[in-house]
Design a protein around this ligand. Sequence first.
Ligand code: 5AD
Ligand code: SF4
Length: 480
Amino acid sequence: MDRITKPNLNNARKRTKDNSNTVTYNAKTEIKNIGEGKKYLIQTHGCQANEADTEVIRGLLENQGFIATTVIEEADLVLINTCAIRENAENKVFGELGRLKSFKRVNPDLVIAVSGCMPQEEEVVERIMKKYPHVDLVFGTHNVNRMIEYLDYVLREKKRLIEVYSKEGDIVEKLPQVRENRFKAWVNIMFGCDEFCTYCIVPYTRGKERSRHKDYIISEVKELIKQGYKEITLLGQNVNSYGLDFSEEKYSFAQLLADLAELDIPRIKFTTSHPKDFSDEIIDVIARYDNIMPFIHLPVQSGSNNVLKKMNRKYTKEQYLDLVDRIYKKIPNISLTTDIIVGFPTETHEDFLETLDLVEKARFEGSYTFIYSPRKGTPAAAYENNIPAEEAKQRLYILNDLVNQGYARGNHRFLHQTVKVLVEGYSKTQKDVLSGYTENNKLVNFKGDDRLIGQIIDVYIEEAKTWSLDGKIVNEDKEH
Ligand code: 5AD
Ligand code: SF4
């Protein structure tokens, strides 16, 4: 029989005061070798939270004997880890699911699975049930740890399984992981979001804010250091509110940052920050430690106080600019980037001008820019949307022009300077050129030996472009 548990957005909205439960994953009881001789392919959409989940899914699968492939015709399992943040992200996934139908026709044993944020939405699950009968397995963000049990059922019973929880699960520690990168690692410090910005689906798809206990985070980072990792990025929807959900212990994001910075890890980054919780204590810690990178992604969303209020962002333009000022004063070499939404319901031309003004004043060195996309179940979806699509597009173009000047200015700061680069590999566009990122998160291309991959080296910048820097290695003996 098909096993079906559907999501419920009303339940997803609820928040309890209960402390989150932490449980430990027991790999031994889960080993069933169901992947023996089988290959898997995962397509990951969306943010770093999804990328981190994919690394766990890969770990779970490879523990069962599955082997990764990039060739779809070879795959026994294709899983799409989905994003629900905007409609176009979802359309891409539905397009992919449609395309997969023909592969299933050729190989009826192919298992097609959908995970991540989209299954947390009622409408998506209904649509998959009605229109995508070739999808065998659907699970959400709260039960990734159970996927082997689900997959086992689908393979044995040849039945469809849809299981999505709308109440957040436990924090599951000790899950296996296969990391994509050998030098840079994501480290979840918390899950979920309690902000409920009115446009955003994330608090519904990822549930209540739950912080991981510091001991687990610190021991994960120590293990990464042992394995030779050079950079960690601490992940959470709002990292600045880390620890606020602990009822007994008082332990903040600033303390966590400082404790991690004391370890022997060359680079610490974090994302995403919410301006309302960005304390002076956090600024001081970033300023104090050289291994906390001078780079902050600080989504502002809009420069208009009217719009910010309707978005439920809990700060004003003035408060945001004041925070930015305090950051620049204490960390003068910092690079700031942001997220901005245009065309939010009721956004007037004047509101938009306020956003442009803020972008100039905040001196951003980059921004992700989006046209507002209504998400069913969120408060803003019920607001009257009076911004014609054409107008929203025009605003996006104008904003992007200004934002691109910021990218160029951010790169020009480093012209004729020596910067530290963590070498990632060969450049995507030029085959014999290496590339990597600076401490301020600038992309640098330079000629060099592939033995430098994974090392932090000094590069002298000879040319600054809008999207990248070109340079030459200063002194190869100085690597560390
Ligand atoms: N429409 C457009 N952009 C959105 N974002 C979140 N929800 C929406 C939406 N409904 C943007 C915000 C957020 C980023 C990850 O995505 O700018 O910071
Ligand atoms: Fe969405 Fe706001 Fe939470 Fe970010 S802080 S995930 S924009 S609700």
